[in-house]
Design a protein around this ligand. Structure first.
Ligand code: G
Ligand code: G
Ligand code: MN
Ligand code: NA
Length: 250
């Protein structure tokens, strides 16, 4: 409760900002997009990462203005990048509840001038849990605008394959909990390889999250996973191009 009232103040006072983590092509090492991650410049506790307040915001109405702010910040930032890569923004299921999101998105694109194809929205599988038809309608509208959708944290949900069957997405992000066990676990190797094949058969792209080691990157390269994100490639930073590590550029 205290956190939420502080967060409301933080939004008013401009203490909320975004960092951008690069996503790279595993073969070329080129940066292909960047994910916006919310941060809070807290007056006494310093810089807070998403983990310490997003869940609370998602349990309240604050996720709407917070999500709208992030969208605006990300679209504005992406418009200044010399390399015209897309920016991806996390979308909380609750942002789709009120029906206000599509107008907010439309206005944001108009105001920042960012072309829709340079925006990617990341939704988790939980987005499909409540009130499917209304939610799906909005997601379809969003895609019809030319904004891309990717399924975040893929594989951790309740029925990942059902979601893939029922909803059109442009990509999936394999959850970091799988990547963590690569390349040592044969079981996880089989799962990740199969997700990669599935995606390629469906003509959608795959990003592996949480890539921390060279051997993980090599494994992904050898097993048909197109894109990678993680500390090895770059940490979240104000500028995703500066954040790219030399490992990724080689
Ligand atoms: O940046 P950090 O490691 O703290 O992120 C933790 C989690 O918070 C991640 O799962 C990420 O998807 C989520 N997250 C980060 N930024 C945002 C945001 O702007 N909106 C929402 N809804 N979730 C976010
Ligand atoms: O779930 P989502 O992908 O939206 O959130 C990404 C979060 O994971 C960010 O908060 C980011 O700081 C964190 N993260 C990104 N790359 C790595 C990594 O390689 N290792 C670990 N442990 N965390 C990471
Ligand atoms: Mn994400
Ligand atoms: Na994720």
């Amino acid at each position: 409760q205290r956190l939420l009232s502080e967060l409301a103040t933080a939004l008013d006072q401009g203490q909320i900002f975004a960092e951008y983590q690069p996503i790279a092509d595993v073969s070329s090492g080129q940066i292909v997009s960047a994910e916006a991650l919310v941060r809070w410049a807290h007056p006494t506790r310093g810089k807070l990462a998403a983990g310490s307040f997003v869940l609370a915001a998602e349990g309240s109405d604050l996720i709407e203005p917070l999500g709208a702010r992030m969208l605006k910040l990300a679209c504005r930032a992406a418009g200044t990048w010399q390399t015209r890569i897309p920016v991806s923004v996390n979308l909380s299921p609750r942002q789709l509840r009120s029906g206000r999101f599509v107008p907010i998105l439309t206005e944001c694109l108009a105001e920042t001038g960012l072309p829709p194809h340079r925006l990617i929205l990341e939704v988790t599988e939980t987005v499909f849990l409540d009130t499917p038809s209304r939610i799906i309608q909005q997601l379809d509208l969003i895609r019809a605008m030319g904004v891309r959708l990717v399924l975040d944290d893929f594989g951790t949900g309740y029925s990942s394959l059902t979601y893939l069957r029922r909803f059109d997405v442009d990509g999936i992000k394999i959850d970091a909990s799988f990547v963590r066990d690569l390349p040592h676990s044969r079981k996880v190797g089989a799962i990740v390889r199969t997700i990669g094949r599935l995606a390629s058969d469906m003509n959608i792209y795959v990003t592996a999250e949480g890539v921390e080691t060279e051997e993980q990157l090599r494994w992904l390269r050898g097993n048909g996973i197109a894109f990678a994100q993680g500390f090895l490639l770059g940490r979240p930073a104000d500028d995703p191009f500066v954040a790219m590590t030399s490992a990724a550029r080689e």
